[in-house]
Ligand binder design. Sequence first.
Ligand SMILES: Nc1ncnc2c1ncn2[C@@H]1O[C@H](COP(=O)(O)OP(=O)(O)OP(=O)(O)O)[C@@H](O)[C@H]1O
Ligand SMILES: O=P(O)(O)OC[C@H]1O[C@H](OP(=O)(O)OP(=O)(O)O)[C@H](O)[C@@H]1O
Length: 214
Amino acid sequence: MLTIALAKGRTVDDLLPMWRDAGIPLPPDMDDSRALVFEVDSPFGTVLRYLLAKPADVPTYVSYGVADLGVVGKDVLLEQQKEMYELLDLQVAKCRLCVAGLPADKTRRPERVATKYPKLADAYFRGQGQSIEIVPLSGSIELASVIGLTDRIFDLVQTGSTLKANGLEVFDSVHDISARLVANRSSYRMKHRWIVEMTERLKRVIPGGRRHRI
Ligand SMILES: Nc1ncnc2c1ncn2[C@@H]1O[C@H](COP(=O)(O)OP(=O)(O)OP(=O)(O)O)[C@@H](O)[C@H]1O
Ligand SMILES: O=P(O)(O)OC[C@H]1O[C@H](OP(=O)(O)OP(=O)(O)O)[C@H](O)[C@@H]1O
């Protein structure tokens, strides 16, 4: 059995078409079921078991080894820095981690930043030589700047429409983000043949053909 933890939401939504193009079997009912675990036969000589997890929990399942593989955004991997192999940049669910705020705040010395990524935000502002208070929030980060709780936000930007709708703008683009295929370290050795089969199939369908292995 090969167990794969997929980040629910935007990541899996963007991933499924390329997964299908790669010829990796998917359960027929995954799109519209409330179930969280799915098993399907594969032609690779193993059953594939899919786990649908919250994005922030995928690295936990993979690092504990209850999932052999995971697909999750680089934003989550950078913030958590858990032990695992990053096998492929899948080039889907792309966005940027940015510093943003109200235009009027741009020239002010930053004092507080709202974010779902406290470690990355802290590292960024330290790198700029700025000491800043981190205000951790769990979503709708833009609200913090709109109502004046913080003078900066550190958050994902894709189309920019959420910033625009709230009168905010990008001050700095910090990391390019996309979905990554990750592997548990011992699974990578013990289930090498199946993992290579999956990665080779995915490499052939990565948009733009870009890939890397760390
Ligand atoms: N425009 C975007 N906004 C947010 N995340 C995006 C965007 N585009 C791609 N992503 C990727 O999708 C992941 C988040 O997906 P989604 O927003 O569906 O989950 P969520 O349920 O809001 O996450 P959480 O559980 O952290 O609240 C991010 O980790 C990121 O890698
Ligand atoms: O640039 P855009 O295309 O507008 O996308 C960016 C928005 O999408 C994400 O939020 P999401 O919709 O996931 O909601 P959340 O803030 O509750 O996580 C992100 O946190 C931004 O708010």
